[in-house]
Design a protein around this ligand. Structure first.
Ligand SMILES: [Zn+2]
Length: 360
C-alpha cells in the first residue's frame, strides 16, 4: 500500500502507431482543371447504402474484370490497398511488386484492389478481358482486379471521388496524378496513407506502413475513441512530494479530503475539461458538473469510463467507493449514488486534485 515501494517509470499500455503523414508522399502541383473535379460525374461505382458498420470507403459496389458486381464491404476488417493500374505504363512492372505483397501479406489480412484506368497517357487502352489476360500472362496477378474505370476527371468513379475529395479524405485529398498511386486503408476503414506512383510496392516505406496496419486490430463496433492517455504514470512518494503542493500530496497520495467549501472549483462555472492535477489525465467535462451543495465540485459522470478507476474504501468506518485517476492512481474523491439523472451518480471530487483547462 505504500507508494514508496513502487518502482519509478512509465509503463506503456496499449499499442499506438502513427503512420498518417509520415508515409504520405506528395509531389508536383496538380495539373488538372479543378472545375473538372467539381462536376465529376459519379459513374460506375454505386454507393450501396449499407445500414451500419461498413466504413464509407468500402461502401461501394464495383464491377470486377468479369463484369460481376463486387460489394467492397466484403473487405471490411482487412487492410486494403487500392491501386489504379495500367498495362502500358513505365510503372507497369510494379504489378510484380504488388503481386509479391499479395503473396506475402494476403493471409495476414491485406487485400490489394487493382483499378485499371485509361486516364493517364492512354496507357490502358484494352478491354477488361485483355487487361485480365495481360496481368495473368505477364505478372501472374492473383489479387483482385476490377473493371476498367476512371479515377480522375469528369468520369471519375464515386470511390475515387471519395478518396480524392478534401471533404471525405482531408489528409490525403487531391487528384490522382498518374498510374499506380496507392491508397492504404486500415482495418477500421480509416485511410492511413497515400503513395504516389514512384513509391515502389516493395519499398521500405510501403512495407512498413502495411505491416503496421496489419498489426492493428480492427476495433470493436462499440468501442469509443479513448480520450485518456495510454501511459501509466508511476512515481515514488518522494517524487510526488517534489511535484505536488503539500495539500495536493495529502489528498492525492494519502487519500485526504480538502475542507468543504474551500476548494477553488466548488463554485466554478467555467467551461472546459478537468484534468488530473498530478498527471494531466482528462477526467471530467464541465458539461457534467452540477451544484450538489456539498462543498465539493461534483460531476455526474467521468469524461470516459477509462478516465478513472474505483475501489471500495472502508476508511472512517464507512463503506464508500473511492475514485482514483486511472493513469497515476491519484486519489480524487468518492462516488455516491445520490446524483442527478441520467446516471444518478455524484462524483464528489477534491478541487486540489483537479486542474481545469478552459475551453478555447
Ligand atoms: Zn492522474
Amino acid at each position: 500500500m505504500h507508494d514508496s515501494l513502487r518502482t519509478t517509470g512509465v509503463v506503456l499500455a496499449g499499442a499506438a502507431f502513427l503512420l498518417a503523414g509520415a508515409v504520405a508522399t506528395r509531389t508536383a502541383a496538380n495539373s488538372h482543371n479543378p472545375v473538372q473535379t467539381q462536376i465529376a460525374a459519379r459513374t460506375e461505382a454505386k454507393s450501396s447504402a449499407k445500414p451500419s458498420g461498413v466504413p464509407a470507403v468500402l461502401n461501394f459496389k464495383m464491377k470486377n474484370l468479369s463484369g460481376q458486381d463486387v460489394d467492397l464491404a466484403r473487405y471490411k476488417g482487412r487492410v486494403v490497398m487500392m491501386v489504379n493500374v495500367a498495362s502500358k505504363c513505365g510503372y507497369t512492372p510494379q504489378y510484380a511488386g504488388l503481386q509479391a505483397l499479395h503473396k506475402k501479406y494476403a493471409a495476414k489480412g491485406l487485400a490489394i484492389l487493382g483499378f485499371p484506368a485509361n486516364d493517364f497517357g492512354a496507357q490502358e487502352p484494352g478491354s477488361d478481358a485483355e487487361i485480365g489476360e495481360f496481368c495473368q500472362k505477364n505478372y501472374g496477378v492473383e489479387f483482385d482486379m476490377f473493371a476498367k474505370t476512371a479515377v480522375t476527371g469528369a468520369q471519375k468513379n464515386a470511390l475515387y471521388a471519395l478518396l480524392t475529395s478534401e471533404k471525405t479524405n482531408p489528409k490525403f485529398a487531391g487528384e490522382v496524378k498518374w498510374n499506380f498511386e496507392k491508397f492504404l486503408i486500415g482495418r477500421d476503414g480509416e485511410i492511413l496513407a497515400r503513395f504516389r506512383s514512384n513509391v515502389a510496392p516493395d519499398s521500405e516505406e510501403m512495407t512498413k506502413a502495411i505491416e503496421a496496419a496489419l498489426a492493428a486490430k480492427a476495433p470493436a463496433k462499440t468501442t469509443p475513441p479513448a480520450p485518456t492517455k495510454a501511459a501509466k504514470v508511476i512515481k515514488t512518494d518522494a517524487e510526488w512530494k517534489r511535484l505536488l503542493t503539500p495539500e495536493q500530496f495529502y489528498v492525492m497520495r494519502q487519500k485526504g479530503t480538502e475542507r468543504a467549501f474551500t476548494g477553488k472549483y466548488n463554485d466554478a462555472k467555467e467551461k472546459g475539461i478537468y484534468q488530473c492535477a498530478a498527471c494531466g489525465n482528462e477526467l471530467f467535462s464541465s458539461d457534467t458538473k452540477f451544484e450538489s451543495g456539498t462543498g465539493w465540485p461534483s460531476f455526474w459522470k467521468p469524461l470516459a469510463a477509462q478516465s478513472i478507476a474505483t475501489h471500495a474504501d472502508t476508511m472512517l468506518g464507512m463503506t464508500r467507493t473511492e475514485v482514483v485517476c486511472s493513469r497515476c492512481d491519484a486519489h480524487l474523491g468518492h462516488v455516491f449514488n445520490d446524483g442527478p439523472q441520467p446516471t444518478g451518480l455524484r462524483y464528489c471530487m477534491n478541487s486540489v486534485s483537479l486542474n481545469l483547462v478552459p475551453k478555447q
